[in-house]
Ligand binder design. Structure first.
Ligand SMILES: Nc1ncnc2c1ncn2[C@@H]1O[C@H](COP(=O)(O)OP(=O)(O)OP(=O)(O)O)[C@@H](O)[C@H]1O
Ligand SMILES: [Mg+2]
Length: 360
């Protein structure tokens, strides 16, 4: 049985057996509903509570996480109780030591896995495109992580985490659409779908300002039949990544942040990092994002400018959003056969802290 690779994001969980040239077989929402049973038989009295096991990349509800992984591993991927396989998990940037230890403990003690490995998402996203050095810009749902990686090692001092992501863009679009369509009743999932379909980045700031003044509007029919008009809002959402002041944040735009992050790494690595900039995470799929990112990069005043690495042609389409999972599948094909993983004997001998010694 191939090892299983699981990348649990703030919005989407990607899981599947380690077959690197395929997309993960399961891509499901991470969010769960907890049903509070009040003991009465009438279903209508059951109260549902929305639970996010992972918030901005980190596990916040371990019970929910256990239930979610139980569903993924046994129901989704077909593991059998008593005959569990090996697992590789992806760690977001700067995962606290205690979280890594809790995870390895849960894997051996609750799931009885036969082998464990975990590795950082930034390193895995580089492996996915066949590199060990470069700088990843991961724009997911709950965070933006900028992580320079040299020879497979994340440069933590130079890395940056911003607590904005697709979630904030969905909220922004919702507010914008609500004020231009006051009579339409919009749910968050409606807005999220509209964002994924319509949100886009203008070519540059001047084009953005022009679009805001005079862009064409389109009508969209929501699943319940309501009609919504969408126009300038789509550009405002994309622009927020380049001008965070739109979200009320006093931060530099994403390209400036990348350059600043790399400039704090030793200077002999600057060229290699900047010239191997890799975009990943679902939000980076926004229409026009890559082009705007490259255009702003070309305007940088530094002597070496960021330049984006394209995904190799042999990779499945749109692999950007699954690159951490794919890198995990590549790594799993190496660490488990070569016995570099944490075994049950290692775990029993050393305890959860073994994860820091064996997984890096
Ligand atoms: N075409 C698109 N345009 C804009 N946003 C998109 C598009 N496709 C997906 N997204 C957004 O990408 C986000 C999901 O991306 P991803 O799967 O990388 O996040 P995650 O791994 O769950 O979260 P995180 O890494 O932040 O913990 C969602 O906010 C989704 O709405
Ligand atoms: Mg992610």
């Amino acid at each position: 049985m191939e090892p299983v690779v699981v990348d649990v994001g703030s919005k989407l969980l990607k899981a599947g057996f380690a077959i690197p040239d395929q997309a993960p077989t399961m891509i499901i929402p991470t969010q769960m509903k907890r049903v509070l049973d009040d003991g009465l038989t009438d279903n209508s009295s059951l109260e549902e509570i929305i639970v996010d096991p992972v918030v901005r990349g980190f596990v916040k509800d371990w019970d929910a996480m256990e239930d979610l992984l139980h569903h993924v591993l046994y129901t989704g991927l077909g593991w059998e109780i008593g005959n569990e396989g090996q697992i590789l998990l992806t760690d977001p940037l700067s995962t606290p030591k205690a979280v890594r230890e809790h995870m390895v403990q849960m894997m051996f003690e609750t799931f009885n896995v036969s082998g464990f490995y975990s590795s950082e998402q930034a390193v895995l996203s580089l492996y996915a495109i066949g590199r060990i050095s470069g700088c990843t810009v991961d724009i997911g749902h709950g965070k933006i992580d900028i992580a320079p990686v040299c020879e497979g090692a994340v440069q933590h001092i130079a890395s940056k985490r911003f607590e904005i992501g697709g979630m904030e863009l969905t909220k922004l679009l919702g507010q914008q659409l609500q004020s231009s369509n006051p009579h339409v009743n919009l749910s968050t999932s409606d807005v999220e779908k509209l964002k994924e379909q319509y949100a886009c980045c203008a070519e540059d700031q001047a084009a953005f300002e022009e679009n805001v003044l005079s862009c064409q509007t389109e009508q969209h029919i929501l699943p319940d039949g309501q009609v919504i008009t969408i126009g300038r809002e789509r550009y405002i959402v994309g622009e927020a990544l380049f001008q965070p002041s739109i979200l009320g944040l006093e931060e530099h735009g994403i390209v400036e942040q990348l350059v600043r992050s790399i400039s704090s790494v030793s200077s002999e690595n600057h060229r290699q990092l900047l010239e191997n900039t890799v975009l990943c995470g679902g939000t980076s799929l926004m229409i026009g994002f890559e082009e705007r990112f490259q255009k702003e990069s070309n305007l940088c005043s530094s002597s070496i400018r960021p330049s984006l690495v394209k995904a190799p042609e042999y990779m499945p389409e749109n692999m950007t959003k699954n690159s951490a999972w794919m890198g995990g599948a590549i790594l799993a094909k190496v660490v488990f056969p070569q016995n570099q993983h944490v075994t049950k004997a290692d775990y029993d001998e050393t305890g959860p802290s073994i994860v820091h010694r064996k997984c890096f």
